[in-house]
Design a protein around this ligand. Structure first.
Ligand code: NAD
Length: 371
């Protein structure tokens, strides 16, 4: 879904914990891009997660789902927190995420993990292991064990169903192969086909699609347990990782060790009609309300929105370069300052990124004039 226009409708769902803080940063960046590129944004801000439960008795209302369906893109902060931990399973804030994904049919979740050269030292992994890493995890988002029926628990047992239909595998495989075509042409299909029937089926379908349409892509298979190990021991071997819902959930948190912090990772959830952008991290209740959350995951998600939904690659690129510029000038939130240098607040990092955007934009324009 790509649109090319000047005015965009955004549904904004800040959520709980650090969600509103990082959303505030994301919106500042969005408006600055608007100012520089002549774009305007209609914002409709709504409750989601625990704060929605407190006001409406549900983690997300049907009105919010309907508003999201009318938007050009949905922006989400994060949901959840200890206040709502004791709620019954089907009332928890996190049910809002599953409902958004299901009702908006957001079946593909793209989670890039890259290394910023200036952050090599902040990763718990060794420089030589991560310095070449540039990978993207394509996670199936509306199927698998998170949605399979029957599911439930009683006093004796708990159960879930891991089921994948042919068409669910086919559509996510096409997304991943097409992404690999635009990148290095290497795709790793991650599953547990040695144990799980549903994974064996996944493997067969991915190979079927490979032979019929993408035989120019280098396809390999990897079991999830090995993939988790390889992601920390030899992550630069990966280009596109295609995997099921729960495996992708776990692998993308592991990928955070590469970028230095969960707070750095962006994501895009795309369907045929709708799109949602959110950082990978949760509501981080331990640091909420202190203006210390890393806003880069949210800001990089905004860059993905300009690339994937609004067909504004120059805007996306400007945001990305500005993030790199601010990191290279030594600004760090506390989660990425392993070297104990001075740390900056969420607000400071955001303002510095805006400053960089303006400087880089001006430099680009001068270069264009000279040419
Ligand atoms: P989390 O991602 O909230 O936090 C894990 C760790 O990473 C914490 O130490 C936290 O301080 C740190 N962290 C996370 N985001 C950060 C940021 N932007 N800057 C700096 N540090 C950051 O995961 P959790 O602690 O397992 O879960 C907390 C709550 O969030 C739970 O209620 C969980 O269900 C919910 N959750 C929501 C989402 C979502 O909204 N998409 C995703 C995961 C977890």
């Amino acid at each position: 879904m790509e649109i090319n226009k000047k005015k965009y409708n955004l549904v904004v769902l800040p959520g709980d914990g650090v969600g509103p803080e990082v959303m505030d940063s994301g919106l500042k960046i969005t408006h600055e891009i608007g100012r520089l590129f002549g774009l305007t944004f209609n914002l409709e801000t709504r409750l989601v997660g625990g704060c929605s439960y407190d006001k409406h008795g549900v983690a997300i209302t049907s009105e919010t789902i309907e508003a999201s369906k009318k938007s050009d893109a949905v922006l989400l902060g994060a949901v959840g927190g200890p206040k709502w931990d004791s709620l019954p399973h089907n009332e928890k804030p996190e049910t809002a995420l599953l409902r958004l994904r299901e009702d908006l049919a957001l079946f593909s979740n793209l989670r890039p993990a890259t290394v910023f050269p200036k952050l090599l030292k902040e990763s718990p992994l060794k420089d030589e292991i991560i310095k070449e890493v540039d990978l993207i995890i394509v996670r199936e988002l509306t199927g698998g064990i998170y949605f399979g029926i029957p599911k439930g628990y009683n006093e004796e047992k708990g159960w879930n169903t891991l089921i994948y239909k042919r068409e669910e595998i086919e559509r996510i495989a096409h997304i991943a192969f097409q992404l690999a075509e635009k990148r290095q042409g290497v795709l790793t299909s991650v599953h547990k086909a040695n144990v799980l029937d549903s994974s064996h089926f996944w493997k067969l379908i991915v190979h079927e699609i490979h032979s019929s349409s993408y035989s120019h892509i280098k396809l390999s298979d990897m079991y999830i347990d090995n993939a988790a190990m390889q992601l920390v021991s030899n992550p630069s071997q990966f280009d596109v990782i295609l995997t099921q819902n729960m495996f992708g959930d776990i692998l993308s948190d592991i990928a955070a060790t590469i970028s230095g912090s969960l707070g750095m990772l962006p994501s895009a959830s795309l369907g045929k009609e709708y799109a949602l952008y959110e950082p990978v991290h949760g509501s981080a209740p331990d640091i909420a309300g202190k203006d210390i959350a890393n806003p880069i995951g949210m800001i990089a998600s905004i860059a993905m929105m300009f690339n994937y939904s609004f067909n504004q690659p120059k805007a996306g690129e400007l945001i990305q370069r500005s993030i790199e510029d601010v990191l290279s000038r030594g600004y760090r939130t506390i989660d990425i300052s392993r070297q104990n240098e001075n740390t900056s607040t969420t607000t400071k990092i955001t303002n510095e990124i805006i400053e960089s955007m303006n400087q880089l934009y001006e430099i680009d324009n001068k270069k264009m004039e000279l040419n």
